[in-house]
Design a protein around this ligand. Sequence first.
Ligand SMILES: [Zn+2]
Ligand SMILES: [Zn+2]
Length: 370
Amino acid sequence: MKESTIGHDDSGLDLPTPAPMRFPFEKTPARGEFAQISPDIYWLRAPLASVLNHINVYLVRDGDGWTIVDTGVGTADTQECWKKLLEAVGGGPIKRVIATHFHPDHVGNAGWFCREYDTKLWMSRTEMLMAKVSSFQSFADVTPEATAFYQAAGFNGRQMEAYYNRRKHGFVYTVEPVPLGYRRLQDGEKVRIGDSAWEVVVGRGHSPEHVCLYSDHHKILFSGDQVLPSITSNVSVMPTEPEGNPLKEWIDSLEAIRDRLPDDMLVLPAHGRPFYGLHARLTALIDGHEKNLRELHAMCVEPKRAIDVFPALFSREISDDILFMATGESIAHINCLIQRGKLARETDAQGVYRYKQTDIPKQNRAHAAE
Ligand SMILES: [Zn+2]
Ligand SMILES: [Zn+2]
């Protein structure tokens, strides 16, 4: 399956799959079904209603019980899938639920597990706080910050309408009430699951304190959305932090993970298929973003709005329903270039931001001023 459409977790950037990547499982479980990765690890392909189609969630043997890694969205059909899997493996206590980050497809059933299976949620602190804050937000409200943000990006009235319509299907509709308490996970910490130690490896950029788990013994990495095999994770600037530079955090994180973890392991991602070739994939992701940055910069010989530079990032047409996410990606690349000193921002008479190169070569200046 080619997964390169824009969902809430992926940008749809088209990047080539590097040769050293290998996909060891010939058969992918059907949507809602599961497979066994190893004697101790089960892989459930939980359904998602979005174009993303599925999320991979994992069940890890933990002594006489189980640890859950990511939960799927908080819907009855995902909960049925979990019940079916738990029954198939003979039941047993759920020792803990680990959510890699606060996005609904990852944390959606954490509250359900805690309530129904008398267990605890383990998560990094920032992700837990983000889950809590998101639970209290009224997504139907039109905020002046969001209006200003997308108008400055160049949205017209119809596009603003599409954005607000989409917001009505927000966090609280696909996430079971988030538990009040949790167990904090921190970078570098070792979590003992069964007989094995799993090291917490934090990444940033897609979400603020994303947890990956690595076991030297199993030679496995649960990579969540931090490393995906065939789509790129969404790295976006949002109205809540308009001057943010998540792309720098993202690239820095990918480089740090490449330096820190060995290459010879099986990567179990949240979307797409398990794969070998972590370093090759990280390098391809970093190089892909650097290429996007160069192409976006090249487009800004003349001043451009955030919505004008999509061709530097996406090979397909951006429809209204995904426009706000594509714009978030576009501004992430723009803010990164501004912080690198390569782009400058000006505001036109309508209050729309326009970006242009700070270092236009002399021969192009006359052209740029037209
Ligand atoms: Zn995801
Ligand atoms: Zn995510």
